[in-house]
Design a binder for this molecule. Structure first.
Ligand code: IFM
Length: 772
């Protein structure tokens, strides 16, 4: 393929629609949602799908480049630190004979393609002018291979007439909280109020028909170019940027950064593109899920994996993933339990290195968690409900409620299940990877310090039991409640894991155990009290019925039939008002149901079904985290139709234009939840001490499902076929291991495949293992 053909091919999106997200035309009301949905990111940089060739006539919101971990306050009076953005490096202004080319030929010629396979955003526009007609193709990426780098390439084809052009490569302003220190050709350095630094280098090059055009006027970054391109000719602009930030455990910007960034932007765009595509190909090999029979589910899972892959940086243990990942600024870029509970499963099972980095972030913020526990009068570590870069709790104290009143936010002090959620994530990673170095150097300390917190937090009372009072569970409609079942059962579990990890270290790594005990001032007497403390925590479970009471007094609250409010377009607390909602049984999101999902062992035979049946109709799904948890539980309970309905509702949160606008960013927890529903729900993956277990119950319309998993440094490929009722597991790489299919244990040899034919029972495609 010659250079020109190859250059042209770059801008062509794959024609496999299962890998594409498409939008066309102008849709001003949905523009901001589109910017989130079509955003690209690489765990360090995030770029919303702002228009580049806007010709300056429109200042898009909020524009700019989100930079993972770059938190600060803009002004003294700012309540909490927020994620800052670097400049928008994608603005291009086109003029023809001195006038801006602003007239799109037809609205529908504006087309956006998110090519998820190659990790590219491709945008096409046609423009007309009195003397020429132009077609502009744009390609953008933030490199999955070299996370510092962004690349923009624009190809301007002259369809008719002569194009006497001026082309400007512009840079939008950086966040107001970034103060410029230095601007010199090709480079800018900023600092923040608290002394963090951001450096950016940029290089732009323009050519006509392959010949470089000299710059007409130079700016420190970007610049302008002028020339004439006649009909059939192509003007091409290539711009590369590279960013470096300091401030997270680093002493300023490294001395070599300037040279490194300049070298990065000087690379050939072909090399950058090829490396990026290769990195994406590797990710897809590890995490793609293929579904036959449900194209919408297929696309939703690709979209989920696309954003999950873009959200994490396996090389940086100082940052984590915000509630809107790097696609928007809702929640100020803060990190919630979303990451530990909804995202970790994807990373543990498909990208353990990224999972480890996310948990190292929790390790690096452990001091903040210890300080928070101490400030509130407890021992151990209470993680920040909303976390930024230091581990300090950055939950705002107030917000404006939907009724426009300023209300207090109590989550920062009361939503304490976060500590158990972090411990849960640590344990999950340990179970899935067996990474001893992580356990010894970071994981054990988190488990012990969070366990220690709960032991001090669950206070023994006159009834001989321990109570955890004045908390908020996942259901945030009920504040300052006592003995939230989710919090208490997770706390118990956390303490038990603390005891387990203590025993493990004591017996296998006594030296490390001794040094950790010294470091934490922990001794056998203190740990000796933990098992009893765990047992004494009230769970709210009725011994006869098996039903958990969501919190003390919940059953006495006003029951409200949510069916009467079906079709409402606003959250139920807006309809009922804050006070009535709080005095009712209406739940914001999965709470006891989340417990069924996370700790199924806390439910004995049939209790899970009963609890799900009781709580599901009481849930209003006022959080984007809710439907995924319900779908996961429904799938595991064999309620495949219901689970599929939850799956598609979860997918709609970010993909459906008729839902609430998502201008503030995509809901990354919902994306993680989709993956969980598919793999942990429909495929029925769970963990055994010696391997993985599968209990597939595919929805009726999914004729097959294929996916890959990582387990203890092994790679597995799994195929479930509902048509011939087969399940096959292939051990692609790694040592022999056990695999359990519907409770029957099989042994897998390296390179070997197990294919099992299942017998279908009449119920809901519930399979039973048959011939081996
Ligand atoms: O973490 C969630 C919380 O559970 C509900 N409100 C939104 C937060 C961020 O997604």
């Amino acid at each position: 393929m010659n250079d020109r053909v190859r250059q042209h091919q770059r801008y062509k999106a794959t024609n496999d629609h299962a890998w594409l997200l498409e939008a066309s035309g102008d849709d001003p009301l949905r523009e901001e949602s589109r910017q989130s949905r079509f955003a690209i990111s690489n765990g360090f940089l995030g770029v919303r799908a702002d228009r580049a060739a806007t010709n300056g006539e429109r200042a898009n919101w909020p524009s700019g480049t989100l930079i993972a971990g770059l938190f600060d306050r803009s002004f003294e009076a700012d309540a909490v630190p927020r994620l800052l953005s670097g400049p928008n490096w994608l603005q291009v202004r086109l003029s023809s004979r001195g006038s801006l080319v602003t007239r799109p030929a037809r609205a529908e010629t504006h087309q956006m393609h998110l090519d998820m396979k190659r990790g590219l955003l491709l945008v096409d526009h046609d423009y007309v002018d009195d003397v020429c007609a132009l077609r502009v193709h744009e390609l953008r990426l933030v490199s999955a291979a070299q996370r510092a780098i962004g690349l923009q390439a624009c190809r301007i084809e002259v369809l008719e007439g002569n194009f006497d052009f001026q082309l400007e490569a512009l840079f939008g302003p950086a966040d107001v909280a970034l103060i410029m220190d230095l601007e010199e050709p090709g480079q800018i350095v900023w600092h923040t109020r608290s002394g963090k630094a951001l450096m950016m280098a940029a290089q732009t090059c323009v050519s006509i028909a392959g010949a470089i055009v000299p710059q007409a006027a130079s700016a420190h970054l970007g610049g302008s170019w002028a020339g004439r391109a006649s009909e059939g000719q192509v003007v091409e602009l290539e711009r590369q940027v590279a960013f470096c930030r300091s401030g997270l455990g680093m002493e300023g910007i490294p001395a070599t950064a300037s040279a490194d960034l300049r070298a990065a932007v000087a690379q050939s765009s072909d090399d950058v593109l090829l490396d990026h595509e290769a990195a994406w190909a590797e990710r897809w090999l590890a995490c793609d899920i293929e579904i036959e029979g449900d194209p919408a589910a297929q696309k939703a899972l690709r979209f989920a994996a696309f954003h999950l892959n873009g959200a994490a940086n396996p090389d940086d243990g100082r940052v984590s993933i915000a509630a809107r990942a790097l696609t928007g600024l809702d929640y100020a870029g803060h990190v919630f339990w979303d990451t530990d509970i909804f995202l970790l499963p994807f990373y543990c099972l498909t990208w353990p290195k990224a999972a480890r980095a996310l948990l190292m972030y929790r390790f690096h913020t452990l001091d903040g968690a210890r300080a928070k526990a101490a400030r509130l009068g407890w021992k151990g570590a209470l993680y920040a409900w909303e976390s930024a870069d230091t581990g300090e709790d950055v939950t705002p104290a107030h917000s404006v409620a939907p009724d426009r009143r300023v209300t207090d936010i109590l989550c920062g002090t009361q939503e304490q299940h976060i500590s158990a959620d972090v411990a849960y994530a640590v344990w999950q990673y340990w179970t899935v990877t067996g990474n001893e170095a992580f356990l010894l150097n970071a994981g054990a300390e988190i488990l012990l310090e969070t366990a220690r917190f709960w032991v001090s937090r669950a206070v023994p009372e006159g009834d001989g039991q321990r109570h955890i009072r004045r908390v908020i569970g996942p259901d945030e409609y009920h504040e300052t409640i006592d003995d939230n079942a989710f919090t208490n059962v997770m706390a118990r579990w956390n303490i038990e894991r603390g005891v387990e990890v203590a025993e493990l270290l004591r017996s296998h790594w006594p030296d490390r155990w001794a040094s950790l005990c010294e470091h934490l001032s922990l001794d056998d007497t203190e740990i000796g009290r933990w098992p009893e403390a765990a047992r004494a925590i009230v769970t709210g479970k009725d011994a006869h019925s098996g039903l958990f009471e969501q919190f003390e007094g919940y059953f006495a609250l006003e029951p409200i039939d949510l069916a009467h409010y079906a079709g409402r377009s606003v959250p139920i607390d807006v309809v009922l008002g804050h006070e009535r909602t709080a005095k009712s049984q209406v739940i914001k999101q999965a709470d006891v149901v989340a417990l069924v999902a996370l700790l199924p062992e806390a439910f004995t035979a049939g209790d899970d079904v009963f609890n799900f049946a009781f709580y599901e109709p009481r849930c209003s799904h006022g959080s984007s985290l809710s439907t995924a948890m319900h779908g996961l539980v429904a799938a595991r309970l064999g309620q495949a139709d219901k689970a599929l309905d939850y799956f598609h509702r979860t997918a709609a949160i970010d993909l459906c234009n008729d839902k609430a606008a998502i201008g503030g960013g995509i809901h990354i927890a919902a994306q993680g939840g989709l993956w969980m529903m598919a793999v942990l729900g429909f495929a029925g993956v769970s963990f055994q001490p010696d391997g993985i277990s599968l209990k597939p119950q595919l929805p009726p319309c999914w004729s097959s499902m294929r996916f890959a998993l990582q387990w203890h440094d092994r790679s597995l490929r799994i195929a479930i076929n509902a048509v011939d009722r087969s399940v096959s597991v292939h051990l692609e790489r790694g040592e022999p291991m056990a695999i359990h299919i519907d409770d029957v244990r099989y042994w897998l040899q390296p390179g070997g495949t197990r294919q099992i034919t299942m017998k279908a029972t009449p119920l809901n495609r519930r399979f039973v293992a048959g011939v081996s």
